[in-house]
Design a protein around this ligand. Structure first.
Ligand SMILES: [Zn+2]
Ligand SMILES: [Zn+2]
Length: 287
């Protein structure tokens, strides 16, 4: 997790990102203070895990969320909503509407379990941005998902996997780090990362050179965006030696919000577009 010193330095270097960076700092503090729910039971049974990975399936079995006790996640969720309200006036109305729809305490925990397990969301007014609840639940679940990296590490091997989806939750990557050989992909939903040596689009597999282009790298030094003209997907890619720090996917995601805006203006789509839509960053360079 990024240190307060690093965040301060980034704020000085990138004043246009002050808002999202401040938000990130508050979210990190909230994560550090949050108690996790025990989500071991959303994983498939221990005996089934090696075979599951060998088949290319993730360890989390989403319907199992429906029976999970998410009461601590519900607490984090409500504190995140309160934070959203104060930090981002544009989203205050959406935060109020989500708060009213999900309720508090055990009712909120049940709604979250149903959202993750059955993909059902209580009715929300159209003023709530479509990705808003997904973005929030991702942030709220994080403290409870981090402990699942341990059972994943017991059965997972990068070489045997080498797939463009997350071995823990099955989501596509939200960020990539360029390595000497291949890339390290970071999940768009959970805290897992894994290596991927296949060349081409990580969403549709398109490897035709003319369909993959790198663009808008002048927007943020140390990053490029791999765009795919076939599926219209894009993947923000960081060059760790150029940015000169260890990669913290959640932080990179916020620092590169201008890249999301630039790519989306060109009509490209990302699984983490929610981050960008949550922050209307005023950055002339990205326009
Ligand atoms: Zn994941
Ligand atoms: Zn593609």
């Amino acid at each position: 997790m990024a240190t307060a010193t690093l965040i301060k330095r980034l704020m000085r270097e990138r004043p246009h990102l002050r808002e999202p960076l401040q938000f990130y700092r508050r979210v990190s503090e909230l994560w550090a203070a949050s108690a996790p729910d025990d989500l071991t039971r959303v994983l498939v049974d221990p005996d089934d895990r090696p075979l599951r990975l060998a088949r290319g399936w993730p360890l989390i079995d989403p319907p199992r969320f429906a029976d999970a006790d998410l009461s601590r996640t519900a607490d984090t969720w409500r504190r995140l909503l309160a934070l959203m309200r104060t930090r981002n006036p544009a989203l205050a109305g959406a935060a109020d509407a989500v708060d009213a729809a999900f309720g508090t305490g055990s009712r909120c925990a049940q709604h979250l379990a149903a959202m993750l397990g059955h993909q059902t969301v209580p009715p929300l007014p159209p003023t709530v941005p479509p990705d808003f609840t997904g973005y929030l639940v991702r942030l709220a679940l994080r403290p409870s998902l981090v402990p699942l990296l341990i059972p994943l590490g017991e059965v997972f091997s990068d070489r045997a996997w080498n797939r463009p989806v997350c071995p823990l939750c099955g989501f596509p990557p939200g960020l990539a780090e360029e390595l000497e050989r291949g890339r390290r992909l970071f999940c768009s939903f959970c805290p897992a990362g894994w290596s991927y040596t296949v060349v081409g689009c990580a969403f549709c597999g398109n490897a035709a050179e003319q369909h993959l282009a790198c663009a808008i790298e002048e927007v943020e030094p140390g990053y490029h965006v791999a765009i795919c003209t076939r599926c219209k997907g894009y993947l923000k890619t960081v060059h760790a030696h150029e940015v000169g720090r260890e990669i913290d996917p959640s932080l990179e995601d916020l620092v590169t919000v201008p890249l999301d805006h630039a790519a989306q203006l060109e009509g490209y789509l990302s699984p983490t577009a929610a981050v960008a839509s949550a922050f209307e960053v005023r950055d002339d360079r990205a326009r």
